[in-house]
Design a protein around this ligand. Structure first.
Ligand code: FAD
Length: 484
């Protein structure tokens, strides 16, 4: 296993529980922290996103409960909590009745460092997985497989000059994975990749409630998009929460200013959703603001036209497919990928080249069937969000072309879907199932009942008071409100 982040640990846990002997090679030299709070200060420079806001979606929680319930128990014991659909609805919601399927719609509130620390502790405590930390992998060893004529991976080379052999190498080295270069060095590739900028830069800050204080009651969505800035509040474990503000990549002024903690906090106080969290009930748990740029959507193809590039190699998580962090999907799809891998391997002790070929193809088909559609829908959404942000940065109206059919659809989303999410439990449920990867990406749009309800709200838009803005309408107003 190359990499000991969420995808590497999930794969290690699953494969070791299926009886495989697993070694995890993790470059970060990371002695195990003793508590969730120590884990927050963990040196994880190989995965700098760990100190950004993370949502843990119902798809992940459901798979864990079905397959590794002990992990969920350990997370809860470490201070994580369940966020069940229906428990915290805004007072504007009318006629909510719990349905049996709502039990599936349970998210987990937890810091990413806590999640990874608990997962690693479960893996370590079992004593079945060997960890080699503080040394990176820098290449692959291989031989020719006579049966298929393809190259077969036989192990990895380490930065300290040693070699480790393996029947199967799982690459879980994250969004900066060097796998394409390693393959090219063997004369394989170039690996075909599809890359789309998410168009945003992340700025996150973590806080803890003061003793005796509580999280504010829900009075509306805790995340949203003003076009020039996106925002979200993420409840964590042990009375913590984080706020993320995402500025457009091209908006140098805003992204630079949000990197200042005083400006960041002040900016959060200008937004309806984030303001109550910073009304004095909490204090930051670290200095500064964590900022992360270079956020890409990227899919790399390791099986082309039904043929694996090499045998004995299975990439998982961000190393094969990474998505816009705003949708909060990466840990869920990383774990899900590990699950699909373990299904492809179930009951098999791959020895021959043909067996390795079949496993790679089956696993790749499962990723393409289950996970890739979410990547594709995210890329489409990002293209639209980038267009809106660019228009706003120029000072233009993003909706000035009434002949564009998308202008009408945007109006339906803004003046139909968004208000319906505050009032109609049927629409909210369908939206939340979609957001939590429990339906298909197009399920919401294809659901006639849901879309009829959305259109009814949209058609009524002239008859109701205009929506309360969730923050300054214009970027310039927002910037004017921030301290110099
Ligand atoms: C800003 C931000 C916010 C996010 N928010 C969310 C969210 O809300 N919800 C969500 O589910 N996901 C979110 N994600 C995505 C999520 O963090 C990733 O999808 C997830 O961490 C991927 O896990 P991974 O194990 O594949 O990679 P990583 O967690 O990046 O782990 C890769 C590991 O491999 C190690 N490594 C790399 N190269 C080598 C090598 N050569 N040798 C040995 N070790 C190596 C690294 O040190 C690292 O530990 C976010 C991502 C970002 C960037």
């Amino acid at each position: 296993m190359v990499g000991g982040g969420v995808s590497g640990l999930s794969s290690a846990l699953k494969l070791s529980r299926h009886g495989h002997a697993v070694t995890v090679v993790e470059r970060d030299d990371t002695p195990m922290p003793a508590s969730a709070d120590e884990a927050f200060a963990w040196d994880r420079r190989g995965a700098p996103q760990v100190r950004h806001s993370h949502a843990f979606l119902a798809r992940l929680v459901g798979l864990l409960k079905a397959n590794e319930p002990d992990v969920v128990e350990a997370l809860m014991a470490a201070g994580a909590a369940e966020l069940r659909f229906g428990d915290d609805l805004p007072p504007t919601m009318v006629g909510f009745e719990r349905e049996a399927s709502d039990d599936e719609l349970t998210m987990l509130t937890c810091r990413r460092t806590t999640f990874e620390w608990v997962l690693r502790r479960v893996v370590l405590d079992e004593g079945r997985v060997h960890f080699a930390t503080g040394v990176g992998v820098n290449g692959l060893t291989h031989e020719r497989d006579d049966e298929t004529g393809l190259l077969r991976i036989t192990g990895v080379t380490l930065e300290d000059g040693s070699v480790r052999t393996a029947d199967l190498v799982v690459i879980a080295s994250g969004r900066r994975s060097a796998l394409p270069e390693w393959l090219e060095a063997m004369g394989v590739g170039p690996v075909r990749e599809f890359v789309e900028d998410t168009g945003i830069v992340y700025a996150s800050r973590f806080y803890r409630l003061k003793k005796g204080e509580k999280y504010p009651p829900r009075n509306g969505p805790i995340g949203g998009d003003l076009g020039y800035v996106k925002y979200g509040v993420f409840v964590g474990d042990n009375d913590t929460f984080s706020i993320t503000l995402a500025a457009p990549t091209d908006d140098n002024e805003l992204r630079t200013r949000l990197a200042d903690p005083a400006v960041f906090d002040h900016a959060c106080r200008q937004l309806v959703a984030t303001e109550p969290y910073l009304d004095g009930r909490a204090e930051p748990i670290h200095d500064g603001v964590h900022v992360m740029a270079g956020l890409l959507n990227r899919h790399r193809e390791y099986v082309v036209d039904g043929v694996p590039l090499v045998l004995g190699l299975l990439p998982v998580g961000d190393a094969v497919l990474c998505t816009n962090p705003l949708y909060g999907r990466g840990c869920s799809t990383g774990y899900w990928g590990a699950h699909l891998m373990s299904e492809a391997l179930a009951g098999r002790e791959p020895r021959t080249g043909r067996e390795l070929f079949d496993i790679a193809v089956e696993y790749d088909a499962a990723i393409n069937r289950e996970i890739k559609p979410w990547y594709e829908s995210g890329v489409q959404q990002d293209a639209e969000a980038r267009r809106v942000a660019a228009a706003l940065l120029r000072g233009d109206d993003p909706d000035d072309d009434s002949s564009d059919p998308k202008t009408m659809m945007r109006s339906v989303l803004r003046e139909g879907l968004l208000p319906a999410l505050r009032t109609d439990p049927v629409v909210l449920r369908a939206f939340m199932r979609n957001m939590n990867l429990l339906s298909t990406p197009d399920a919401l749009m294809k659901d006639t009942e849901v879309m009829n309800r959305v259109f009814m709200v949209w058609q009524d838009r002239e008859n109701r008071p205009s929506e309360v803005p969730m923050g300054p309408k214009k970027r310039a107003q927002f910037l004017d409100l921030l301290p110099a």
